[in-house]
Design a binder for this molecule. Structure first.
Ligand code: PAF
Length: 290
């Protein structure tokens, strides 16, 4: 496994593979890797000849009051995990490699970036789309792998790739959960033991709603009520919404097309998000641990 820090070196390292027609997979991450990230690496290693993992805590997707400076980092551990998972290249650029002096061009996503997290994190998806577009240009992967936990991010990135004629497949991989149902997230590291226990309420509500959906319940309000009920254990709920999986717009009345219930809020000072798919065609079901 090679560890590469500059864009020039990355392009040079990938050129022979590209010339030889070998397929390239990209797993973009912000590091502090957990089993959710490693599932993406494993998918890429299985599907592609060469797997590149990028590790970059992207400043442009954090607002002023967010956790950029405290975002957890452990590059040595990340490298060991990537090696173990079979990655070929880890790209570890510095901020100046991605945003050199004079940088001024951004990717502005459209309507898919407006609801849900977009309403609470102004500029977040602009930062995500910009860095992901840059990583796509640097690596030129055939396939890029993203976690379904970031449901809206996957939708925004897919739309960007379509709109900007990026020639690659965007694959989303099921959320990996702890045994007690909590979705894996680098931010879980912020939780103390009591908060960690309280955080279970998010997946508990989502699983309850999905069980009802699988038993035939189609009324969006009733499904939402099931997801919302345990969230009284959270310190704040930013949103709990049942949205159309394609448009991310709220569903009212009956759920008749693939949909998802999405939640965001705080346990203590930690912002957590999670979601569950309701009959999302082609997606594998999330392991129900609650
Ligand atoms: O999902 C993440 O970790 C980040 O948003 C991404 C896709 C690596 C872009 O910085």
């Amino acid at each position: 496994m090679r560890v590469i820090e500059t864009v020039a070196e990355l392009r040079a390292a990938l050129q022979p593979s590209r010339r030889a027609g070998r397929s390239i997979g990209l797993v973009p991450t912000m590091g502090y890797l957990h089993d959710g990230h490693l599932a993406l690496v494993t998918e890429s290693v299985a599907a592609c000849d060469v797997t590149v993992v990028s590790i970059f805590v992207n400043p442009t997707q954090f607002a002023e009051n967010e956790d950029l400076s405290s975002y957890p980092r452990d590059p040595d551990r990340d490298l060991a995990l990537c090696r173990e998972a079979g990655a070929d290249i880890v790209f570890l650029p510095g901020v100046d490699d991605i945003y050199p002096a004079g940088f001024q061009t951004y990717v502005e996503p459209g309507a898919l970036a407006e609801p849900l997290c977009g309403a609470f994190r102004p500029g977040h998806f602009r930062g995500v789309a910009t860095v992901v577009a840059k990583l796509f240009n640097m690596v030129q992967p055939d396939t890029a792998f993203f976690g379904q936990k970031d449901f809206q991010q996957v939708a925004v990135v897919r739309q960007m790739a379509r709109d900007l004629d990026m020639r690659l497949a965007v694959v989303s991989v099921d959320t990996v959960r702890e045994d007690d149902g909590i979705a894996m997230s680098s931010r879980n590291a912020y939780l103390d033991a009591t908060e960690r226990r309280r955080a279970r309420c998010i997946s508990r509500g989502l699983f309850a709603a999905r069980r009802a959906f699988e038993a035939g319940e189609r009324d969006a309000a009733r499904l939402l009520a099931l997801a919302r009920e345990p969230l009284s254990e959270m310190d704040s709920v930013q949103y709990v919404e049942l949205v159309d999986a394609a448009t991310l717009q709220p569903v009212t009345g009956a759920v008749e097309r693939p949909a998802a219930i999405c939640v965001a809020g705080h346990i203590g000072n930690t912002r957590l998000i999670d979601n569950i798919g309701l009959d999302i065609e082609g997606s594998r079901t999330v392991r129900d641990a609650a």
